[in-house]
Design a protein around this ligand. Structure first.
Ligand code: ATP
Length: 578
């Protein structure tokens, strides 16, 4: 996992390597200073040798400046390396999830992905900075200080053989308990993110239904759940402070007690004791730094695992090596297709067999939940079939390069969105190189040109996030124009004219018939009038094809179609009558 994540350091590797080198210089000089200090006391101050004091003082001053410069440089490079690492890691994660299928997004949930891209990466950034700065400093300081302490007085330095492992065992236990708790904390962050996103997305509905109070409660609940685990995890981590202090004061007491005795006995110099105490402080300080580093590592290991989980997740959508990069025509064939959503064991489509010829216009109708959207989502491989196969242009959809397939199958989803940017920018999602004439032509076919021109800035009108400043019907027409701009071989409209008035809807159908005769068109609709003129209409009932035929044929032969027709034409509900 560490190696995989470390791959994202890339061009910032040099900064990540320079930082510990500078830290080493800083720490080496820093730990040498108490040794010089001991000499100054024992050989300069006690015998009253002023020349020695001045020489050593100047030497210490220069050393301090070099140490400071090393420390400042290390901070600068470590910040640069860690910020760069986080940038690359975020990019890699984002890049990876672009290949996810709908099923994969459902597997992780969008809120969890957002937390991983933000909070989790921030934790890793902080841990990485610590790793190349503090984590490099602490062990070096520990090694240098213990070595120097043994140089000064090996007997007294034996105290570290007890105090260092005692501290290390304490820290290991704390980390073992703390780490799973932090993993839980971030899972609960996902929950909070979900509540906030849902609330902001549906803020109009929240206000209409006066649900602010309930929404506040949901947020409070999610926050409390985080608080519960977070405070528990932090309480455990904070235990390292009393353990650290206990070991630190115990060591200092030991040194002061036995050191004083030896000075009185004349087997030790006062300067030696001063430097030993300074080294004891350094050793324990380095352990303290290490414990902080471990704390941060504990938090970030949970985050690193969550990121690695996404990075190593193989999308359920696979493309063969020699994938096809050309779709011959708009022919579609479903052969004995069964389908169920992952984690949902109900079969939503049963033994679907349907051949649609290139250029045909097919209406799809059926009661709500009968599987209309599910059926068409299999064509651009938004989901893969469980049984049977779907062919496009005479080839199994799984054999195509996914981009090629989706460039040739344009789908206007039931809940389509526009993105912040101008209308022209939004339409160019279909084809970024489209000329202005092509843009206008697509808008005209979708009956959107007139209303776009009536806006103060026309095609340059700015669309707010999610398309909140255009009406539902206008938004639908813009998303149809966007899909047309791709000039696909197959166009799928999934209930995409539901908010458009019937007159405009019929103008769209006519424009399609007259101007796009070679494009295969699948139109899912609730209104019979939207599919009435189609070459054939497929009636779906509970995931099965109940009938296929023209409007007139179905009116004569299919009772479900008759029911839908009657309920719409007569305004009554024939189900209710039966
Ligand atoms: N992502 C999903 N996970 C699990 N079940 C789903 C999912 N999407 C749809 N379903 C279920 O599959 C069935 C068919 O849904 P589908 O959206 O295809 O129906 P539909 O005919 O398009 O309905 P509508 O006319 O209301 O849009 C429904 O029972 C629905 O609850």
């Amino acid at each position: 996992m560490i190696k995989r994540l470390g791959h994202s350091v890339r061009e910032f590797k040099k900064y990540a390597l320079i930082s510990p080198v500078l830290v080493a210089i800083e720490t080496f000089i820093e730990t040498f200073i108490p040794y010089l200090m001991a000499n100054m006391i024992d050989k300069g101050i006690i015998p009253g040798n002023l020349g020695y004091i001045e020489k050593l003082g100047a030497f210490m001053l220069v050393g301090t400046f070099i140490s400071l410069a090393g420390g400042a440089g290390a901070s600068w490079y470590s910040s640069k390396a860690s910020a760069g690492f986080a940038k690359n890691l975020r990019h890699d994660l984002y890049y990876h999830i672009q290949d996810f299928s709908f099923e994969d997004y459902e597997h992780f949930s969008t809120s969890s992905i957002v937390v991983r891209l933000t909070t989790d990466i921030m934790n890793i950034q902080q841990a990485f900075q610590m790793l190349i700065r503090a984590a490099a400093r602490a062990p070096l300081m520990l090694i240098f200080s213990i070595t120097m302490a043994f140089t000064v007085d090996a007997q007294m330095a034996m105290v570290f053989v007890v105090s260092v492992p005692a501290m290390a065992i304490g820290l290991t236990i704390i980390i073992a308990i703390g780490r799973p708790l932090f993993k839980k904390v971030y899972q609960r962050y996902d929950g909070l993110n979900r509540v906030v996103r849902e609330n902001l997305r549906g803020i109009r509905v929240v206000k209409t239904y006066n649900r602010a109070e309930t929404e506040n409660q949901k947020e409070a609940q999610a926050s409390s759940r985080i608080y519960e685990v977070f405070s528990k995890a932090e309480r455990i981590l904070q235990l390292n402070s009393p353990i650290m202090q206990f070991v630190m004061y115990g060591t200092l007491l030991f040194l002061a007690w036995f050191g004083s005795k030896r000075i009185v006995a004349g087997t030790m110099q006062p300067g030696q004791l001063v430097s030993l105490l300074a080294y004891a402080m350094s050793v324990l300080m380095s352990l303290n730094i290490l414990s902080n580093v471990f704390n941060q590592m504990t938090i970030s290991l949970a985050s690193a695992q969550r990121i690695d989980e996404v990075l190593t997740y193989n999308s359920t959508l696979t493309t063969p090596k020699d994938a096809l990069t050309n779709v011959a025509n708009g022919d579609i064939e479903f052969k004995h297709v069964d389908f169920n959503y992952a984690d949902d064991h109900v079969t939503r489509l049963h033994d679907i067999n349907l051949h649609i010829k290139s250029g045909e216009t097919i209406g799809i109708i059926g009661e709500t939940g009968s599987g209309k959207s599910t059926l068409v989502q299999l064509i651009p491989r938004l989901y893969d079939v469980n049984k049977g196969k779907v062919d496009v242009g005479g080839q199994n959809v799984c054999y195509y390069d996914i981009r090629t397939l989706r460039d040739n199958v344009s789908m206007v989803l039931q809940q389509n969105v526009l993105f912040s940017g101008t209308i022209a920018e939004n339409l160019r999602w279909g084809d970024e190189h489209a000329t202005d004439e092509q843009l206008v032509h697509a808008a005209k076919l979708a009956q959107a040109d007139d209303f776009i021109r009536s806006l103060p800035d026309g095609y340059d009108t700015y669309i707010e996030q999610g398309g909140s400043n255009v009406s539902g019907g206008q938004k639908q027409r813009l998303t149809i124009a966007r899909a047309l701009l791709k000039r696909p071989k197959i166009l799928i409209l999934d209930d995409s004219t539901s908010a458009v008035d019937t007159h405009t809807d019929s103008l769209i159908q006519k424009a399609f018939r007259d101007e796009l005769p070679h494009m295969t068109k699948l139109i899912i609709a609730q209104r019979i009038s939207s599919v009435q003129s189609a070459d054939r209409i497929v009636v779906l009932n509970d995931g099965k094809i109940e009938a296929v035929g023209t409007h007139n044929e179905l009116l004569k032969s299919d009772s479900l179609y008759q029911d839908i027709y009657n309920s719409q034409i007569k305004g009554g509900d024939s189900h209710a009558k039966n």
